[in-house]
Design a protein around this ligand. Structure first.
Ligand code: GLN
Length: 190
């Protein structure tokens, strides 16, 4: 086993990701809050949370730049919900901080004000049975660039993508107890 997986733990829903990795035998997964922490991990999950807040913090402490560098040298990275927003190249209509590591445009809070939160089955490419998509003020992908593969859609809206060893999901697999996507992510080449 190589370096442990990391979960960005600046703000938001990071603990459940650590639990999911522990359930898969990676109880050594680390919380990442600094550039020093980042050096210790072999992959990184950016969890759900508030993208404007976390974006500001990433920018202020130089951690955003360090994540970009590690990703460019091959570190697998996965964003769930807010994490996918922060990974996007473009955020529709907004110029808030983003890492720009997935060639996609996202629309924040895309399921509208009335539907803050819901869950439903989502067919996920490569998975034998659907996953449960927990959507919490979730974004969708409204543009995919070259080299971006769609992994899942929900009612015609793209809700999961992959570009090389970078992954984005609109929903929260860490809240379901079904750790298949975490397991898959652990196998990404580093
Ligand atoms: N709506 C949040 C944002 O735009 C994301 C919500 C989440 O991560 N659950 O940052």
């Amino acid at each position: 086993m190589g370096r442990p997986p990391g979960v960005l733990a600046v703000q938001g829903d990071f603990e459940k990701h650590l639990d999911a990795f522990a359930a898969l035998g990676r109880a050594d997964a680390l919380e990442v809050r600094s550039q020093e922490d980042l050096e210790k991990v072999g992959s990184l999950v950016i969890p759900g949370g508030e993208s404007t807040t976390v974006g500001l913090l990433l920018e202020r402490f130089g951690l955003g730049e360090a994540i970009q560098e590690r990703a460019k040298s091959g570190m697998p990275i996965w964003g769930t919900c807010m994490g996918m927003i922060l990974l996007a190249k473009d955020i529709e209509g907004l110029d808030q901080f983003r890492l720009g590591l997935l060639d996609i445009t996202v629309r924040r809070n895309a399921f509208g004000a009335q539907v803050h939160s819901f869950e439903d089955e989502v067919k996920f490419k490569g998975m034998a049975t659907p996953v449960t998509g927990v959507f919490i003020r979730a974004p969708i992908v409204v543009r995919t660039g070259k080299g971006v593969e769609e992994l899942a859609d929900y009612e015609g809206k793209i809700v999961a993508v992959r570009q090389g060893n970078r992954l984005g999901t609109s929903f929260h697999p860490e809240l379901t107890g079904d750790n298949r996507i975490h397991e898959w992510f652990l196998g990404f080449e580093n």
